[in-house]
Design a protein around this ligand. Structure first.
Ligand code: GLN
Length: 252
């Protein structure tokens, strides 16, 4: 039977919530509710531990270097170990920008501070070199379907100084337009098991229902449900996606 409840664990919700990352929470909630599932949203702040309920999604949004430095200590304790174990076991984690940077082995801030990451993915992030600009703007990427279906296009908005280098991690997608991980190698984001990291804000999930549904489906599978979630009428979401994708493409 499809689980009747899903819990969204919003990590450091009060600190890591840039450019509308909270929209990701709303999108997940609505798409579950439209399928008859209840959703609990639990904010997990500094000093609070993670309490999985069996059907869970962990969200780690974006934030500036200052916030990242403030929470790095908290993340290096039990909470980090718990999140690593969850990702190793195929639990669903989505990290965006500052959150994504902290899913790798380390993030070196613009001020030269080396913040340890969760080490969920084999990647690290370096600050922009002297004279290098922040990487800002709309992004369009192509993402292989993890189930072998057709490649999907995903749109979002990026704004980061850090350059992420994949040290063996699988990229989430290939950049069609925009900068992605580092503006150099054409990769965007990373994925390991059901842990996803991306630079896309803006918010990501409302415009990309395919990805939202992947996260929900994987959370249900992880909870032991092997059925497929029912499709929804995505007319409005498709229009939002097409409007951004059209603009991004026309700028090349
Ligand atoms: N502080 C990071 C950077 O600028 C992340 C910023 C963000 O989350 N938008 O690289």
């Amino acid at each position: 039977m499809q689980p009747d409840k899903l819990t969204i664990h919003h990590l450091y919700a009060d600190m890591m919530n840039m450019y509308g990352d909270r929209g990701n929470v709303i999108s997940l909630r609505k798409r579950c509710e439209w399928r008859g599932m209840d959703v609990d949203v639990v904010d997990v702040n500094i000093g609070e531990s993670i309490r999985p309920t069996g059907c869970d999604i962990f969200l780690f949004g974006g934030g500036q270097d200052r916030e990242q430095a403030l929470l790095a200590d908290d993340l290096s304790g039990t909470k980090g170990a718990d999140l690593r174990a969850i990702a190793d076991d195929g639990g669903v984690v989505l990290g965006v920008c500052g959150g994504y940077q902290l899913m790798g082995h380390y993030y070196e801030t613009a001020g030269g501070e080396k913040l340890p990451g969760l080490g969920i993915m084999d990647l690290h992030t370096e600050p922009a070199a002297d004279g290098e600009e922040r990487l800002i703007g709309n992004v369009l990427m192509r993402v292989p379907d993890p189930e072998g279906g057709p490649e999907q296009e995903v749109v979002g908005f990026e704004n980061h100084g850090g350059r992420t280098i994949l040290d063996g991690a699988e990229p989430l997608g290939r950049v069609v337009a925009g900068h992605g991980n580092n503006g150099q190698d054409g990769t965007e984001g990373a994925r390991r098991n059901n842990a996803y990291g991306t630079y896309m804000h803006g918010s990501l999930l409302p415009k990309n229902p395919w990805l939202t549904d992947r996260l929900i489906q994987e959370a249900l599978r992880h909870a032991g449900y092997d059925g497929e979630i029912e499709p929804l009428d995505d007319g409005l979401e498709a229009a939002a996606f097409s409007s951004v994708a059209g603009r991004v493409r026309s700028r090349g």
